[in-house]
Design a protein around this ligand. Sequence first.
Ligand code: NI
Length: 267
Amino acid sequence: MKRLIYLALSLALLFACTSCVGKAAVLPAEAVPTAAQPPEPEEVPEEEPPAPPEPEEPYVRVIDPAKPMVALTFDDGPDTACSDQILDILEEHHALATLFEVGRNVAACPEPVGRMVELGCEVGSHSNAHKDLSKLRKSSLLRDLDTADEAFVLAGAPAPLLVRPPYGAVNKTVKPATGRAMVTWTVDTEDWRSRDAQKVIDYVQSYGALDGEIILMHSIYESTVEAVRVLVPWLQEQGYQLVTVTELMAYYYGELPQPDHFYGYTY
Ligand code: NI
């Protein structure tokens, strides 16, 4: 009988231990150490992808014949330092101008001429050697203008119809016999004389009505670049459209430049 009791107790003990071991082996999930597992990535709120930038509207240039207009003109370039600065200002303000360039300068510094054409500026001739054309024989005069044209074409501009005679000097030969259109100016800033940006600015700003005027400057002076930096936005704020000489002739004077004609516009 005693042996039976021992056996029963032993069995009970063994069962209890077994169930203990079983319980210990089956740990609840939350008790399993998790240190070895990578932390759950934090939920990142999904952001809207940035909208693609609005495509920039292409600038469309329209000349309104009913609105006032001015032609800015620059002589004596191209200049390695100043021409591109003036073109930068014109480009920034969607303004055009006419540049009467000296042929031999074009041959030495052709790059700005290609850019002028690209921007839509008008490239005119200011002769090849900046001589007083009225003092040349007709053959020398024509040779000078033809040599300049070769430089313009090599630089990427068409041979100009418009010629601004150096010093505005014309005579009976220069006016009607070159196959080109001679054109001068109406407002002389004398920027070459003062070399003072403020004087040029003051002169233009106090000139009065500028509708239909052709303003003369020179694209070879830093002072002129600084004046243009002020005058281009100022003229536009005053309501002036900045046009080329041919555009001014067409829209303001109602005529297109013709070969062997002189346009002084001082009448
Ligand atoms: Ni000149």
